[in-house]
Design a protein around this ligand. Structure first.
Ligand SMILES: NC(=O)c1ccc[n+]([C@@H]2O[C@H](COP(=O)([O-])OP(=O)(O)OC[C@H]3O[C@@H](n4cnc5c(N)ncnc54)[C@H](OP(=O)(O)O)[C@@H]3O)[C@@H](O)[C@H]2O)c1
Length: 333
């Protein structure tokens, strides 16, 4: 029974990530032992290894935030009917999913569809939930309302486009290369603008008289929000969900003061913590149904067994991928 652990914060992952062949899988009264079917490598996992995430690694730290698996054993103070059930493992950044088997708190799992694709389920608890929260928690969006979306070809972006289209919401998408533009057009983005010089002018020309109710920004830095804020309606919001450039978003002062544009943020760990359990289960069940129907899908570029972790991590760190990289620690049904 092996799992991946982090032996040191920061530095080269080739030196710091190790395969632990003999993990302690002692089960507490309120815990479950889960055989992990699949678990993605997300940008946040890489931030975590560098010590740049909200949760600091306690060395040796377990790795892998989310995944899907099957319950093998249930502690005495948990629901015994969970044994044999497939569950989503919600992110904690304390208990890892890059493992053949892992022990997790019973409160950190949600029983989930047996039918849906395991790879897609493994990625359900973070990115689709983020897309859901971005579209529901900051404005009441109606059909034909417009939103702006940067990092539109990321997995989060793809899910935002899919969920927004289903609600009739229109999307101005920003990506940084032509293949990604094709990808988001095919998903249903209404207008696609390539990142780069004069982004704001080109986006304004594409949008015409229409205004954005929300700008969902995953890029950060002064450029994107700085150039696109003028397209947001008065009193609308920028919602930051990521900062892939490593820089904070910058909202122009005039938009902030004269037009009451607000700068807000989404963070999945807070969202999971603050969402009542019943709503959380309902949302994940709905999202899993969309996966089962083939509506909600994040492209997958490759899967790896745990033992090939060095290749997997290097692959996940590459830019211009066509999809996500996942571990498949035990056979995927
Ligand atoms: N706030 C939250 O709770 C939350 C939840 C989920 C995700 N996120 C964040 O959302 C972002 C997307 O996550 P994901 O899992 O959807 O990512 P992903 O599918 O792995 O996609 C990565 C995206 O980042 C782009 N990118 C990579 N390096 C870049 C750079 N230097 N400059 C500009 N763009 C760059 C890629 O563009 P190319 O394809 O052109 O390389 C691609 O669009 C990440 O920052 C992640 O941390 C936040």
């Amino acid at each position: 029974m092996s799992r991946l652990i982090l032996s040191k914060v920061g530095g080269d992952l080739n030196d710091t990530v190790k395969l632990d062949q003999d993990p302690d899988l002692t089960l507490g009264a309120e815990e479950l032992l889960v055989a992990v079917e699949a678990a993605p490598i997300n940008p946040a996992d890489l931030l975590f290894t560098a010590g740049w995430f909200s949760v600091q690694p306690q060395i040796p730290a377990q790795l892998g935030a989310e995944g899907v698996g099957r319950v093998l054993q249930a502690g005495p103070r948990t629901d015994q009917s969970l044994v044999g059930r497939r569950v989503l493992i919600l992110p904690t950044f304390v208990r890892g999913t890059w493992a053949k088997q892992t022990v997790v708190a019973a409160r950190d799992v949600v029983p989930i569809s047996e039918q849906a694709d395991a790879l897609q389920l493994a990625m359900l608890s973070v990115n689709p939930a983020t897309a859901y929260g971005l579209l529901h928690d900051y404005a009441e969006l109606k059909p034909d309302d417009w939103i702006g979306l940067t990092l539109a070809n990321s997995a989060v972006g793809q899910h935002v486009i899919t969920l927004a289209k289903r609600a009739g919401v229109r999307i101005l998408a920003v990506v940084r290369r032509e293949e990604a533009a094709e990808q988001v057009r095919a998903l249903g983005a209404d207008l696609v603008v390539l990142d780069g010089e004069d982004l704001g002018d080109r986006a304004a020309a594409a949008l015409g008289d229409r205004r954005l109710r929300l700008l969902l920004d995953g890029t950060g830095g002064p450029q994107h929000v700085g150039e696109l804020a003028r397209l947001i309606e008065d009193a609308g919001s920028v919602v930051t969900f990521g900062a892939i450039t490593g820089q904070a978003p910058v909202l122009p002062l005039g938009d902030f003061i004269y037009r009451s544009i607000s700068l807000r943020s989404f963070f999945i760990l807070s969202w999971i913590r603050n969402t009542p359990r019943e709503r959380l289960t309902r949302i994940y069940t709905e999202l899993a149904e969309l996966v089962e129907q083939g509506v909600l899908e994040a492209k997958v570029e490759a899967t790896y067994p745990l033992e090939q972790f060095a290749e997997a991590l290097a692959h996940a760190g590459r830019e211009r991928r066509s999809g996500k990289i996942l571990f498949t620690p035990t056979a995927v049904a």
